[in-house]
Design a protein around this ligand. Structure first.
Ligand code: AP5
Length: 219
């Protein structure tokens, strides 16, 4: 399965990506997670990315495309992969198409998660993220067993700098202006699938797996 997850900030891409990657036994590649890991490690890439992320802007394409091209050259993507947060504009979608065309392995499905704006704001403002493994929790909807501690790895939970109200507003604008056009891009390629991403996390996962499995058996 070669899959792209599309949806606004807070739609639940990262949450669903973990479940879907496990179900299909493929690596989960999140460009946001890669930037945050680099920032934590203090690399030049992380420091450069932070200046854009803190403002809710996209990291420049030349930086992001190079990073993704490198990641897609690793052996673990041979059985497939799930991209979360990439592509984020039509130029990135073109680059991804070219990288995969060289290998003869095009995207099989682009799964769009549909969530309304009020729900997005609730989800992002209550999100708490693990400093260590980046798993997302929510102070109301997805509470960790112990406050402030990740259920998965025991790491500390924190609030992302870009989950502040003013940055959320800019991220939503950037999504509408720059990312939403990739929906039409994937419609034209005949690979777009859209599902409502509301309800419990496991219900959304089941909806996604059913939609993807049905789509695969038709194609
Ligand atoms: P990135 O990390 O990709 O952030 P994003 O796309 O804005 O998405 P989020 O991580 O905010 O949300 P999500 O959809 O993963 O939701 P989640 O599962 O956490 O990017 C951050 C920044 O990096 C960008 O702004 C940009 O600067 C840079 N960047 C990244 N990729 C780039 C690229 N390709 N090009 C250029 N720049 C790039 O869920 C949200 C919350 O909701 C959580 O608290 C969760 O517990 C909760 N939740 C999830 N599902 C449900 C549910 N069903 N019911 C109730 N609550 C739920």
């Amino acid at each position: 399965m070669r899959l792209v997850l599309v949806g606004p900030p807070g739609a639940g891409k990262g949450t669903q990506a973990v479940n879907l990657a496990s179900h299909f036994a493929i690596p989960h590649i999140s460009t946001g997670d890669i930037f945050r890991s680099n920032l934590k490690a203090g690399t030049p890439l992380g420091i450069e990315a932070k200046s854009y992320m803190d403002r809710g802007e996209l990291v420049p394409d030349e930086v992001t495309n190079k990073m993704v091209k490198d990641r897609l050259s690793h052996d673990d993507v041979k059985p497939g992969f799930l991209l979360d947060g990439f592509p984020r504009n039509v130029a990135q979608a073109d680059v991804l198409r070219a990288i995969l065309a060289e290998k003869g392995t095009p995207i099989e499905a682009a799964l769009e998660l549909l969530v309304d704006k009020n729900e997005i704001i609730n989800r992002l403002s209550g999100r708490r993220t693990c400093k260590n493994c980046q798993r997302a929790f929510h102070i109301q909807y997805e509470r960790p067993s112990k406050d402030g501690v990740c259920d998965g790895c025991g790491g500390d939970l924190y609030q992302r700098d870009d989950d502040k109200e003013e940055v959320i507003a800019r991220r939503l604008e950037v999504y509408g202006e720059q990312t939403a056009p990739i929906i039409d891009f994937y419609v034209r390629d005949g690979v777009l699938l859209s599902i409502p991403a509301i309800g419990a996390v496991d219900e959304v996962t089941k909806r996604a797996i059913d939609a993807l499995s049905g789509f695969r058996s038709k194609n």
